[in-house]
Design a protein around this ligand. Structure first.
Ligand SMILES: NC(=O)C1=CN([C@@H]2O[C@H](COP(=O)(O)OP(=O)(O)OC[C@H]3O[C@@H](n4cnc5c(N)ncnc54)[C@H](O)[C@@H]3O)[C@@H](O)[C@H]2O)C=CC1
Ligand SMILES: O=C(CO)COP(=O)(O)O
Length: 357
């Protein structure tokens, strides 16, 4: 049995799903990829190309693509779900009749479902009740993976079998898979960073410099940590690839679709134009709204998410918002070292004349 090739199913025919399918096939797995578009499936089988999402990429010819969900899932040990968050639950429901509890189900999607503020692996769990559930997240621009640029990702699951089999299926010379047992933290990091990638793209289009980008990324991390703590998650996970790592790449690269949406907005396009010009999913647009609402409801201080919400959805000019943020209340650098409240209390005491130089 040990020598039998692993059987992998990938649901989703976008750029990330395609790249992961091909890596698994390079590693000797038997890979079937499900796409809803039969013509694109046919092209992958015939030309080993996905002209819609990764036109330059030579897909491993062993990847078999199909729009027949049952055929793709039959016999699969590992199922990777690479479907945008808006359609994720629907697709899992479609797949459900052909899933079984021995399978390993892994989400690659960095988004949040509005109802119940659910992350994608929670949807996998809810829809199936299975034990082997995980996520993949990290600084993983699909276009660079397709160029075989050296890349690292994280597989997160509290189930050791899931972590181990995903590492075996996907690790190769140019793709390194680290393990984490903090599924929620890894998944949350991947979703939150999309918000700040939009802000970074916008800042770049407005001609802001590297100091600004660096400030933005670091304060984003502070804000993400605060949000994680409010949800009972472990903020330390954000020091890894799925937090800092993914923030760096998506806040720095034109290859990030979230960054590109922000860039287009910074150039003066409206949100609909920016999203339409992209033609692919930019999860951050929806995530901003959900996170801002959740932060407001839970009383979490997230000035960047709030500011970006006002720019995207309430028409506040980005430069004016940047000015307001710069003039916001005095704060602490690393709140786990010096709490924000301590800084504010000190200001209040000095202003009240209780402490003098
Ligand atoms: N592209 C990237 O660089 C990376 C993407 N991701 C995440 O992976 C997820 C999927 O991303 P990509 O593959 O890049 O997306 P994509 O935008 O390239 O393609 C999404 C795929 O899902 C399909 N799809 C959309 N709605 C559907 C529906 N209702 N039913 C069936 N199929 C549907 C599309 O046809 C397409 O094949 C995203 O949520 C993203 O956050 C994660 C890491 C890297
Ligand atoms: O998550 C990603 C890279 O890690 C992909 O980012 P975009 O969805 O912004 O393209």
């Amino acid at each position: 049995m040990a020598d039998e090739p692993m059987r992998v199913a990938v649901l989703g025919g976008g750029s990330f799903g395609t790249a992961l399918a091909s890596i698994a096939a390079d590693n000797g797995a038997r890979v079937c990829q499900w796409l809803r578009d039969p013509q694109l499936a046919e092209q992958i089988n015939r030309e080993h190309r996905n002209s819609r999402y990764l036109p330059e990429y030579a897909i491993n010819p062993a990847v078999r693509a199909s729009s027949d969900m049952q055929a793709v899932l039959e016999g699969a040990e590992l199922v990777l779900v690479a479907i945008p968050s808006k359609a994720f639950r629907d697709v899992v429901r479609q797949a459900r009749p052909w899933l079984n509890a021995d399978q390993i189900l892994v989400s690659t999607t960095k988004g949040i479902q509005e109802e119940g503020f659910k992350l994608m692996s929670q949807i996998l769990e809810e829809e199936t009740g299975f034990a082997h559930i995980g996520v993949i997240s990290g600084p993983n621009l699909a276009t660079e993976i397709a160029q075989k640029q050296l890349t690292a990702t994280v597989v997160a699951s509290d189930d050791a079998l899931t972590r181990t089999r995903v590492q075996q299926a996907l690790s190769c010379d140019y793709f390194r898979v680290y393990a984490s047992n903090d599924r929620y933290g890894v998944e949350l990091g991947g979703s939150l960073k999309n918000i700040y990638a939009i802000a970074a793209g916008m800042a770049a289009a407005l001609g802001m410099g590297e100091n600004t980008r660096s400030m933005l990324m670091t304060r984003a991390l502070a804000e993400m940590g605060r949000f994680a703590v409010s949800l009972g998650a472990n903020p330390m996970t954000f020091l890894g690839l799925a937090g800092v790592g993914d923030l760096i790449v998506t806040c720095s690269s034109q290859l990030s679709r979230n960054y590109r949406v922000g860039y287009a907005l910074g150039q003066g396009k409206n949100l609909d134009e920016a999203v339409e010009a992209l033609g692919q999913v930019a999860e951050g647009v929806n995530t901003i709204r959900l996170v801002r609402d959740k932060a407001q409801a839970d009383g979490v201080y997230m000035p960047l998410a709030e500011g970006l919400y006002q720019v995207l959805f309430e028409g506040v000019p980005a430069r004016e918002m940047a000015r307001m943020l710069m003039r916001g209340e005095q704060s602490s650098d690393v709140e786990f070292v010096l709490p924000r409240e301590a800084v504010q209390q000190a200001h209040r005491r000095v202003e009240a004349g209780e402490e003098k130089p």
